[in-house]
Design a protein around this ligand. Structure first.
Ligand SMILES: NC(=O)c1ccc[n+]([C@@H]2O[C@H](COP(=O)([O-])OP(=O)(O)OC[C@H]3O[C@@H](n4cnc5c(N)ncnc54)[C@H](OP(=O)(O)O)[C@@H]3O)[C@@H](O)[C@H]2O)c1
Length: 762
């Protein structure tokens, strides 16, 4: 390979196709090419995203701050695009015909997730590369193809890795066929009766009270999640069984094999260079120190450490972590681009730091720690985050630590799910969810990074540094990629950490400034037609429950001795009722209403009017009443939906336009049979009723409001555009937080009674 000559002169008048310019490396490459090699013309292959066409995406990209100088020089985005940046819209899944006057191609696009579903990894990194190369060959025989790979194609081997073809004997075609076929076979397995049965039972345990369709939706979600996880697991396991860390490095290694087959084709040997960067991080100098797009490999860990959420790391302190700044990577790519490989002899370039300027995990840790020591994250009222002290106890100890925490979390989660509802329970649930998210983060990153954290690879970069040394002094400055010059403490403490923490600090500041109270966030009630407000009764409007209501009504009608007998009978049944309510609320209500057998319905109405009004008013939440009234004033229809029997709702009649309650069945004498006239409205039957009520009364559910307190009311709340969880139980509380629903804490007099597990059943 001829390394002599000036880069700008070598690339003058050349037409280069670049893929992946909307990504981190591609964007930096495009900027550096346009800024430093004025005679080069670029065509970029970009796929549309949503409704945005490729050309619009590129125009948006060029308006970013790093392109400002180039845009000013060209007189605007459009003149620059007309003169130097053509857009070829296309996807690696369906590569379009390439321009026939191309001199070179730089293929930066790829699936860079470590754990993609196996078919997706193969499709983008292997099939995408092969299809692109077919188009390259069809465009011209003398194109220089530059392939951006990764140094980690070396996989799980140890020691020095040369800049040459990776030695392996994997049957590319067989693996490719296997990888692409996995989605079909996993989808098939996901529909097995055993798996579906297991997922359905689990979903019904959690969502059965809300309704069987809610549980069915959760079952289907679980099946889809299983498919995704299984495709990821298959990719990882296959990769490891063949000596790679994960599906990413496995498919990137097979992508290199595709390039080698292309270059070494005996009928038509072609020019191909393979550039293998290690871990790419923020820029050392260009376009400015610290430039970075998105979160890459080290950032989530640096941020988690700064937030005191990463208690340990599964690596030895002396393991080398191989980092390269992105400007070194793109400078090396441009230098390689300017020095085409010989046809039939692919050339390999490691862009890495570990060989000549090693940074150990221990040094990385002390620099990051020193940075956060000086510039801590300040969390709310708690002040500076307390930085964990890493002792590097080894991967096994870290794994044990995490497993123990995960087990403890699972137990606490089970207990909180069964605890009586209260402010304290909800607060604990919130903290537990936060802790759960942290543990999930740790598990995910530990699993993904364990391999990299323990890698003992040393990437030989003699060819790359040879190329750098062959450049003129001016080019060595403009296209700097000698990683030996990096001063790690300066780079980490003054450039990289400030760059990656800046957006988070800004976000924190914004959140702090606009911080709204978690609870009580209620949408204003504004006047409008065709709007309804649906209220659940027990636990939402008032602190009462059907057992309590039943006792109030029945005990009033009975004599002293009968009362005692009735009380005893009900008390004996309460534990069974609580269980029944957990399983199925309809059955529970039926069990309670069975106790009305023999009572005269007319008497119940009289008792309700005479004795129950005070009882209900005493338990009615004043905030709930204010809210109902504000809906009335706004011209909304107010509707009460309850599983309680109609006589119990009589005191609330003035508040509502309509009350939908359970009707007790009576015989010809007006005596209650102990059965209901129709099934009580619970779970999904509430939303079905609301839909038909809305249709009948011209109500727009998307503009309407719903108020309820229990997970079994999920369908009621999900049916309206403005759901409000009122003093919710833990499962509803969690759902409401995830869905960004309003959560209010309307205290009702005597609401402490709800904390009593007996009355917890409402
Ligand atoms: N980042 C690193 O630390 C690192 C280290 C070593 C090697 N590398 C290699 O460097 C290259 C670029 O990585 P990156 O960090 O810049 O990744 P990135 O930020 O995720 O960008 C990936 C790019 O690929 C494009 N792309 C993905 N699938 C595509 C498809 N089917 N059709 C067309 N375009 C598609 C994306 O386009 P959209 O915007 O349309 O999604 C995006 O422009 C990759 O080959 C990677 O293996 C990266």
């Amino acid at each position: 390979m001829d390394f002599d000559g000036d880069i700008a002169a070598r690339l003058d008048g050349r037409h280069v196709l670049v893929t992946g310019v909307t990504g981190f490396v591609g964007e930096a490459l495009l900027q550096h090419l346009l800024a430093e090699v004025s005679g080069v013309r670029v065509t970029v292959l970009v796929r549309p995203k949503g409704s945005m066409r490729g050309a619009a995406r590129v125009a948006g990209l060029l308006r970013k701050q790093i392109f400002q100088g180039v845009i000013e020089g060209a007189g605007g985005v459009e003149p620059l695009m007309a003169a130097r940046v053509a857009v070829l819209e296309g996807d690696l899944g369906d590569v379009p015909v390439l321009p026939s006057d191309l001199d070179a191609v730089v293929h930066c696009a790829g699936d860079v997730s470590f754990d993609p579903p196996v078919d997706e990894g193969f499709r983008t990194n292997v099939v995408g590369t092969r299809d692109l190369l077919d188009r390259v060959r069809a465009a011209s025989a003398d194109i220089h193809y530059v392939h951006i790979s990764t140094a980690y194609v070396a996989g799980r081997r140890r020691g020095r890795v040369a800049e040459e073809s990776i030695d392996h004997s994997v049957d590319l075609e067989q693996e490719l066929a296997w990888g692409l076929a996995q989605r079909g076979s996993v989808e098939q397995r996901s529909r097995s009766a055993e798996l579906l049965g297991e997922q359905r039972r689990r979903a019904e345990r959690t969502h059965g009270r809300a309704g069987l369709l809610t549980a069915a939706r959760a079952t289907e979600e679980a099946r889809k999640e299983w498919v995704k996880e299984e495709l990821v697991r298959l990719g990882t396991e296959r990769a490891r069984s063949l000596g790679w860390t994960d599906c990413y490095t496995f498919t990137k290694a097979l992508g290199e094999r595709v390039v080698e087959e292309y270059a070494r084709d005996p009928q038509a040997p072609a020019r191909a260079s393979i550039v293998r960067p290690s871990i790419i991080e923020s820029a050392l100098a260009k376009p400015y120190p610290g430039w970075i797009e998105g979160f890459k490999m080290a950032e989530p860990l640096i941020l988690a450490y700064g937030r005191a959420e990463l208690p340990e790391f599964p690596s030895a302190a002396d393991t080398v972590v191989d980092i390269v700044p992105v400007d070194h990577v793109v400078s090396a790519i441009i230098a390689v681009l300017a020095h085409p490989a010989e046809p039939g002899a692919p050339a390999y370039f490691h862009v890495a730091s570990g060989d000549r300027n090693p940074l150990t995990v221990g040094q990385l840790y002390s620099n990051v720690r020193a940075y956060f020591g000086k510039h801590p994250f300040v969390t709310g009222d708690r002040g500076a985050a307390q930085l964990p002290d890493w002792r590097f106890p080894g991967a096994r100890s870290v794994e044990r630590l995490l497993t123990t925490s995960e087990r403890a979390h699972k137990v606490a989660d089970y207990m909180i799910g069964h605890a009586p509802r209260s402010d304290r329970t909800r607060d604990l649930a919130r903290k537990l969810d936060q802790q759960g998210r942290r543990l999930e983060f740790l598990r995910r990153y530990l699993d993904l990074y364990r391999e990299y954290a323990q890698a003992q690879l040393n990437f030989d970069d003699s060819r790359t540094i040879g190329l750098h040394r062959s450049l003129s002094d001016a080019d060595q400055e403009t296209f700097a990629f000698d990683t030996a010059v990096i001063d790690w403490p300066v780079y980490l403490q003054d450039i990289h950490c400030p760059a990656v923490t800046a957006p988070i600090r800004k976000l924190d500041e914004r959140r702090q400034a606009t911080r709204r109270p978690q609870r009580g966030v209620l949408r204003e009630v504004t006047a409008g037609d065709g709007i309804a407000a649906f209220f659940d009764m027990d636990g939402t409007l008032l602190s009462s429950n059907v057992i309590e209501g039943f006792l109030w009504l029945r005990l009033q009608e009975l004599s002293g001795a009968e009362r005692l007998g009735q009380l005893g009978r009900v008390a004996a049944k309460v534990p069974g009722m609580v269980q029944a309510e957990r399983r199925d609320r309809t059955d529970f209500l039926r069990t309670v209403y069975r106790q009305y057998a023999g009572a005269r319905l007319a008497d119940l109405d009289v008792i309700a009017d005479k004795h129950l009004t005070d009882h209900v008013l005493a338990r009615l939440s004043p905030e709930a009443v204010r809210r109902v009234r504000s809906h009335q004033r706004a011209g909304h229809r107010t509707v009460l939906i309850t599983g309680a029997i109609r006589p119990l709702t009589r005191p609330l009649a003035p508040l509502f336009d309509h009350i939908e309650a359970a009707e007790l069945a009576v015989d010809e004498r007006g005596v209650c049979t102990g059965y209901l006239a129709a099934s009580p409205l619970v779970g999904e039957s509430r939303s079905a009723w609301m839909r038909s009520y809305a249709a009948e009364h011209g109500i727009n559910l998307a503009k309407s409001f719903g108020y309820a307190d229990s997970h079994s009311d999920l369908p009621l709340l999900a049916a309206v555009g403005h759901p409000v969880a009122v003093r919710p139980d833990v499962p509803l509380f969690r759902h409401a937080r995830r869905s960004h629903w309003s959560i209010v804490d309307w205290a009702s007099p005597g609401s402490d009674r709800l904390h009593n597990p007996v009355f917890e059943s409402r």
